[in-house]
Design a protein around this ligand. Sequence first.
Ligand SMILES: Nc1ncnc2c1ncn2[C@@H]1O[C@H](COP(=O)(O)OP(=O)(O)O)[C@@H](O)[C@H]1O
Ligand SMILES: [Mg+2]
Length: 369
Amino acid sequence: MTTTQSPVHDAIPSSSAAESHQPDDNGVHISRDRNVERRENGLTINRARKTFRSAEGKLVHAIDDVSLNIEAGEFFVLLGPSGCGKTTLLRSIGGLETLDAGEIYLGDQRIDEMPPYERPVNTVFQSYALFPNMTVEQNIAFGLEMEKKPKDYIKRKTQEMLDLVHLSDIGKRLPSQLSGGQQQRVALARSLAKSPKVLLLDESLSALDFKLRRQMQVELKRLQRETGIIFIFVTHDQEEALSMADHIAVFSKGKPEQVGTPEEIYDKPANRFVADFIGDINFLDASVHDAGSVEVEGKILPVAQDLSGYAKGGGRERGRAPGTHHARPCGGGRPAGHGRNGHLHGFGCALPCPSRRRYARADPRQPAI
Ligand SMILES: Nc1ncnc2c1ncn2[C@@H]1O[C@H](COP(=O)(O)OP(=O)(O)O)[C@@H](O)[C@H]1O
Ligand SMILES: [Mg+2]
């Protein structure tokens, strides 16, 4: 997802209002998020909402007014803690869940009103869901046979998929004769055989052991690059997200807190939640020294953020509650308490490390400040 490419299909009028109204195909006026533009062959989610009622009768806003642009050909990761709505959003794209409000488009085509089997979207389930009594080849060919594709096409496509996932020599085996990693590859090949435009993967690697998981991360990335299909990959594992994604949406409580490249999310967390969720970060008490530096425990440290709008010693005059200004220490550090009175309630501020492009992770065992 980027905001720099010019949209092929600008669904949003250039209004300065927070939202605008345009008639859809049926002449019904729908509100659009002005930041969301439909992209050619990309996936657009516009103001999606889904609310459940819990067993105790409470309303749970699983998807809370979500708007996202996912570009054609990208590996997009939905990242967030358990219960933040990742699965619900994925199921809504796949058609296993119906939105309460909002729309989902693939290019120009509105897909959220289509039955699941008509959507050019396929899902890889964590459980693999292979047919135990069918060989690898038969599992891969199954979907194409249901679609009544010509026999020679099915044969060719099945072979192509076996080659793609490097399983050509074991096409005649049953799933019970395969390792976990091989079963995962068959599940992937079966999902890709139907040539979907979007592949949805929900915590697809979490059943695998660490080493295999690493191998499959590389494999998935290769498959995505070779096929050019949009992959939307759900995980709660930040390392997995950072290593695989072109763009990441970090979710909390049904909403994206930040959408960006792994570098943007890591180096410039938009808020405290993202900073805390991504990587091992220490939060340090700091107060503003001048426009380019803060004071941490008596030491003056430079910061990347422009602090010229803040008064020396804190941010009370801007009406912010006294709290914490957090920072990534360079080359070590130690965990510090936060929330002391008089300190700036800041966000996304990082201490630049002069020796490396990326900010250093803090090692809690080595006090540096
Ligand atoms: N069918 C359902 N009925 C009631 N609540 C649900 C249902 N599905 C999901 N939820 C609730 O919606 C929230 C988001 O769930 P989910 O999308 O599964 O999160 P995640 O995949 O990020 O762990 C959670 O609070 C969950 O309990
Ligand atoms: Mg889930």
